[in-house]
Design a binder for this molecule. Structure first.
Ligand SMILES: Cc1cc2nc3c(=O)[nH]c(=O)nc-3n(C[C@H](O)[C@H](O)[C@H](O)COP(=O)(O)OP(=O)(O)OC[C@H]3O[C@@H](n4cnc5c(N)ncnc54)[C@H](O)[C@@H]3O)c2cc1C
Length: 308
């Protein structure tokens, strides 16, 4: 299983596969389980459906490592358009960005300018979330977050519990009243950088969650989104927030579109705040490989779509 996981994560960074596989109909069919479509309109339509089930949303356009400033400006324009439509339709919808999609590789000033424009537009409506990519990007992404957070209270950052450095990073952010999305981490990382054992990654998630919840309990400011589909962890988090009397506006559960649907309904029925992240766009190959790697049994969906 570990070999298969590694192979899928390797495939996620392979340009030849990224070029050829998405053209195959069976792959396109299988990917529909995790994204409603390639267009912003598909994501917004599904956000409306989820809203009807009492679920808020985050929308993100897939894509990484873009080439020009103009390309990044077009993405910002599209996100601004998404916020406008969401407001017209009365949807509680937030945006999540990948720094390399908005210019991190080209120029830190470019991604800062792009993200600041989105954060300013989102002010009064919700959080602008910043995804965390592979470990080479952690340092510049933290820099970006700190700079943005000084100017915009409504920016949130994803932190990954598999990274050995994350507890120290979180401690340093606490004074900023951080808005944190906690996840386990989805990239292939060496053991010096990330815990190789899942049990350690799970234990660290709890520790990091507890750091934030204790911070709130002692009067600290901020917010945490628990980005996980792990039922045992979700139950632990729900119990821990109840135990510490965490205010409802300080936390939410976050899941990916199409994953853990039964648990999504369970959380809504229990009155827990839930937000589902919907991805869209044509550059879905690396992202899809990471979703398969998280649960190699998902390959059966691909196999089944070949048979169909
Ligand atoms: C809202 C959100 C935002 C995220 N943003 C980032 C980010 O910015 N950077 C980053 O590195 N990672 C991100 N991730 C991905 C994250 O790091 C994990 O890879 C992913 O959530 C799987 O871990 P898990 O906590 O769900 O638990 P796991 O322990 O991996 O899985 C627990 C259970 O969840 C279900 N499950 C998990 N993944 C899948 C799947 N792909 N298909 C079907 N079932 C599945 C299975 O039932 C599995 O047994 C994000 C996740 C979420 C929910």
């Amino acid at each position: 299983m570990e070999l298969l996981r590694r192979a899928l994560l390797w495939a996620s960074t392979n340009p030849t596969m990224a070029h050829s596989l998405p053209r195959r109909t069976f792959v396109r069919r299988a990917v529909r389980r995790f994204m409603p479509g390639e267009k912003l309109g598909d994501a917004l339509r599904e956000a409306g459906t989820l809203d009807g089930r009492g679920i808020s949303t985050i929308v993100t356009m897939l894509g990484e490592n873009l080439e020009t400033a103009e390309q990044t400006h077009a993405i910002v324009d599209e996100y601004v358009g998404a916020m406008e439509v969401a407001e017209q339709r009365g949807l509680d919808l937030e945006i999540s960005i990948k720094p390399t999609h908005l210019g991190l590789d080209q120029d830190p000033a470019l991604v800062l300018e792009n993200a600041a424009r989105l954060a300013a537009r989102a002010e009064g409506h919700g959080t602008l979330w910043i995804d965390m990519e592979g470990s080479a990007y952690v340092e510049p992404t933290l820099d970006l977050y700190r700079q943005l957070k000084r100017r915009h209270a409504n920016v949130g950052l994803c932190l990954q519990s598999y990274l050995r450095r994350t507890p120290a990073d979180l401690e340093e952010l606490l004074d900023l009243a951080p808005r944190i999305r906690l996840v386990k981490g989805a990239y292939a990382e060496p053991a010096e950088i990330a815990f190789p054992d899942k049990s350690d990654v799970d234990a660290k998630f709890r520790e990091l969650a507890d750091t934030l919840l204790q911070h709130f309990a002692s009067g600290g400011d901020g917010f945490v989104g628990f980005g996980t589909h792990d039922p045992a962890l979700i139950d632990w988090l729900a119990a821990r927030t109840d135990e510490l009397g965490t205010a409802r506006e300080r936390i939410e559960f976050e899941m990916l579109y199409g994953i853990g649907v039964r648990d999504q309904d369970r959380l809504v029925a229990a009155g827990r705040p839930l937000r589902v992240l919907i991805s869209y766009g044509s550059a879905w190959f690396p992202w899809y490989m990471r979703r398969l790697a998280e649960r190699p049994a998902n390959i059966w969906f691909v196999v089944r779509s070949v048979v169909r």
